[in-house]
Write a new protein. Structure first.
Length: 310
């Protein structure tokens, strides 16, 4: 059983606290609150503190939960950071042993943010931090035993990476908030990100291995304006060829958020090429199906337009 969402001591930086969303660490961090003060107004959950009596017991329980969370997360994989200090998005080859906490009794259930599919209401995955939902096409599942905490979905199952024998997935979709970037234009941000997206997916992994033998070439196959969740964005798609295996496609899509500071949202798509890869049309289906949380009517997609607002 994993701890509920809340602020816990950051396992990678014990001097600060980090937000646990109930299934994975997010990129939201803060300094621990002083003793005697409650959670900040509008904070999504309580933060661990210190004290005596009943509060001391709460601290003990919180500390135990933090240890459990740290064990779960660090037992999966140690996240790397790029030169700018932000986590790098990977289609990791994940290690073939101890890829996640072993189930105690029942098999692990899908992410609680995914709704059960039905004929009239397809499954959805919710990105709570960015206030959007993603449709879950056939052949896709909520993330399980995945190192990155911003992965929204993966294709079902794994396979042996063609070059180093690690474990790879045929498809992956990531959603993250763009921060600490001088650019704010969706077009500029998407054009800047696409090379990193390709390298993270098909060149070197976080420990320096080359699961596909490295990238040999790439070409841009599509780009342009796109409406996402009722907002005007931009996307860039590359075809990547690797030394081993069929290579794949990567896409960087950027659009403004409708929540919080309205920081841009970056959605990365990683699709293996070849007959075993997911249908390339799923990129457009997923993009078209992205919605603001609680708003099933506001959509978009490639080819859609956003008119001027007066």
């Amino acid at each position: 059983m994993t701890p509920p969402p809340g602020w816990y001591r950051d396992p990678s930086a014990p001097h600060q606290e980090r937000w646990w969303d109930g299934t994975a660490w997010t990129e939201h961090r803060r300094a621990p609150e002083p003793v005697g003060f409650g959670p900040a107004a509008g904070a999504p959950g309580p933060g661990p503190g210190t004290g005596t009596g009943g509060r001391g017991k709460a601290v003990a329980l919180t500390a135990a939960a933090a240890v459990l969370v740290a064990a779960i997360v660090t037992g999966v994989f140690v996240l790397g950071e790029d030169d700018g200090g932000s986590p790098r998005t990977r289609t990791p080859p994940v290690t073939r042993t101890a890829t996640g906490p072993a189930p105690v009794s029942d098999p692990p259930s899908p992410s609680p943010t995914a709704s059960a599919p039905s004929a009239d209401d397809p499954a959805l995955v919710e990105d709570q931090l960015n206030g959007i939902t993603f449709p879950l096409p056939d052949g896709w599942v909520p993330p399980k035993y995945v190192a990155e905490d911003d992965v929204m979905m993966t294709t079902d199952g794994t396979y042996d990476c063609p070059a180093d024998g690690g474990v790879c997935r045929h498809g992956l979709v990531v959603s993250r908030t763009v921060t600490a970037n001088a650019e704010s234009s969706p077009k500029a941000l998407a054009q800047q990100d696409i090379e990193d997206a390709a390298d993270d997916a098909y060149d070197r992994d976080l420990v320096g291995n080359k699961p596909f033998g490295g990238i040999e070439s790439h070409e841009e196959v599509a780009s342009g304006p796109v409406a996402v969740a009722g907002r005007a964005g931009y996307y860039v798609r590359w075809r990547v060829r690797t030394a081993e295996g069929p290579g794949g496609y990567v896409q960087s899509t950027v659009f403004p958020s409708t929540v919080g500071t309205e920081s841009p949202i970056l959605v990365r798509y990683v699709f293996d090429a070849g007959e075993d890869g997911p249908p390339l049309a799923d990129m457009d289906r997923i993009t078209k199906g992205i919605r603001p949380v609680g708003d099933a009517d506001t959509g978009g997609g490639v080819g859609s337009g956003i008119g001027p607002t007066d």
